[in-house]
Ligand binder design. Structure first.
Ligand SMILES: O=P(O)(O)OP(=O)(O)OP(=O)(O)OC[C@H]1O[C@@H](n2cnc3c(O)ncnc32)[C@H](O)[C@@H]1O
Ligand SMILES: [Mg+2]
Length: 204
């Protein structure tokens, strides 16, 4: 059986590792092709107002350039006390450098005066599939939880050291990869997208 090749339109190595892991389990009939295997192109401008819009922008550009079906993830953390911010601005919250440590430090500063009882937050992930025909599918996943003021753990990436998933005593940076994938926004979104991939690509 030949595997269907699908481009993964992400330039974040740690996110890519999570996605490859989730997809290998959820949709083994695809071969995930990295952006290093398609003609080079500049970073997609992520100027959408929503995670879904940005995920579609990234997948569409990769599909156009490669001529292959493409998938993309746009994700971030939405903090209740910050009215849902950093949201789509999560990757660059502390500036253009995309510095995970600086980003989470800035969020912690911004919630310094917020009572512990109002530290609710959620990770959100939009997963998009764009076919060479332009046909587009997008689904979303969420992981609810709250912020902790002292970062803990070295697994994962981004805001994981300050995020306590609901019902967990471990931050998402203290969890094993498999435990994070089982409950994460990304796991949920891409397991849902896997169902779309399985039907769309086998009937194409
Ligand atoms: O756009 P690509 O190339 O995929 O890579 P990126 O890092 O720029 O990705 P996004 O634009 O989707 O921004 C997502 C940011 O949100 C944060 N984030 C998303 N998912 C996360 C997770 O599972 N754990 C911790 N932080 C996460 C983290 O800071 C990411 O850089
Ligand atoms: Mg990005």
């Amino acid at each position: 059986m030949s595997l269907t090749r699908v481009v993964l339109a992400s330039r974040n190595a740690k996110k890519i590792a999570e996605l490859r892991r989730i997809l290998a389990v959820a949709v083994p009939q695809i071969e995930v092709v990295g952006l290093d295997e398609v003609p080079p192109y500049p970073d997609t401008v992520e100027d959408g107002a929503t995670f879904a819009e940005n995920a579609v922008l990234k997948a569409r550009e990769a599909a156009e350039i490669s001529g292959l079906p493409a998938i993309a993830d746009d994700s971030g953390i939405a903090v209740d006390a910050l009215n849902g911010m950093p949201g789509v601005l999560s990757a660059r919250w502390a500036g253009r450098a995309k510095d995970d440590e600086a980003n989470l430090r800035l969020v912690l500063e911004q919630v310094a005066d917020v009572p512990d009882t109002r530290l609710g937050a959620a990770f959100v992930c939009a997963a998009a599939l764009v076919l060479p025909s332009g046909a587009t599918h997008v689904v979303e996943g969420r992981m609810e939880g709250s912020l902790v003021r002292d970062p803990r753990g070295t697994n994962g990436f981004g805001y994981d050291p300050i995020f306590l998933p609901s019902g967990s005593v471990l931050t998402s940076a203290e969890m094993t990869a498999a435990d994070k994938d089982a409950i994460s926004h990304r796991g949920k979104a891409f397991r849902a997208l896997a169902e779309v991939l399985a039907t769309t690509l086998t009937t194409a």
